[in-house]
Ligand binder design. Sequence first.
Ligand SMILES: O=C(CO)[C@@H](O)[C@H](O)COP(=O)(O)O
Ligand SMILES: [Co+2]
Length: 219
Amino acid sequence: METLVSPSLLAADFLNLQRDIEMINSSDADWLHLDVMDGVFVPNISFGFPVLEAVSKACTKPLDVHLMIVKPERYIKQTAKTGAMMMNVHYEACTHLHRTVEEIHNEGMKAGVTLNPSTPVNMLEDIIKDVDMVLLMSVNPGFGGQKFIQNTIDKVARLRELIARTGSKALIEVDGGVQDETAPLLVNAGVNILVSGSYVFKADNPHEKIKWLKGLKTR
Ligand SMILES: O=C(CO)[C@@H](O)[C@H](O)COP(=O)(O)O
Ligand SMILES: [Co+2]
C-alpha cells in the first residue's frame, strides 16, 4: 500500500488559514489532520468545532480529526456534522471505548483509536478488529514541533504483529516529530499514514515535502 500523508493544520499560519488550506488542496496530501485540544486531557488548547466547520467548507481533502479531549464520546454527533471522515479518540480518554467506536460508525465516520507514547499496543487486543485505524503518538500530545520518541519504531512493529495475528484491517498512523529522518524508519516498520505538522507547514516548499513523504516505500 502506498504511504498516505495527513498534514497537521496545527502548524499552519492561523492568520492565513484559507491560504494554507488552499495549499493543501492543491498538494498531493491525502487527508488533513485537525488537532482539537481541551486544556484538560492535554496541557494546551488549540481550536474547536467552529474552526473545524469553517475548515471543512474550504478543504477538499478528507478530514482526519484528532480529539485530545476528555470524554470525546460527548462530541461524536458534532464531529460528524463537520463532515469528518475519521474521528480519532484517545484510548486513555474513553471509559467505554467499544461503545464509542460503535457510535462513531453509526454516525457514518471511520473510527481511529489513539495511544499515548506510554500506552502499550496490547491494550488494543480486544478492540483492534473493530477499529479502522490506530494512531500512535510519537510525542506526548499537546504541542507541535516536539522531538520524536524513538521507541515508536518498535511499537509500530508490535502493532503490525497484533494486526496480523488478529486479522484486523486497521491502518497505522503515526503523529509527532515526523520529518526526513524519522519518516523512512516509520514507513519501513509498517506505518500507512504519516501525520506531519511543522515539517510540512514551516517548509519553504510544502508541496515538495508532502510529495517526498508520499513517495516513501517499505524497504
Ligand atoms: O497531535 C499532535 C500534537 O499533539 C500533532 O498532530 C502535531 O500537530 C504534530 O506536529 P509535528 O510534531 O509534526 O510538528
Ligand atoms: Co494530532
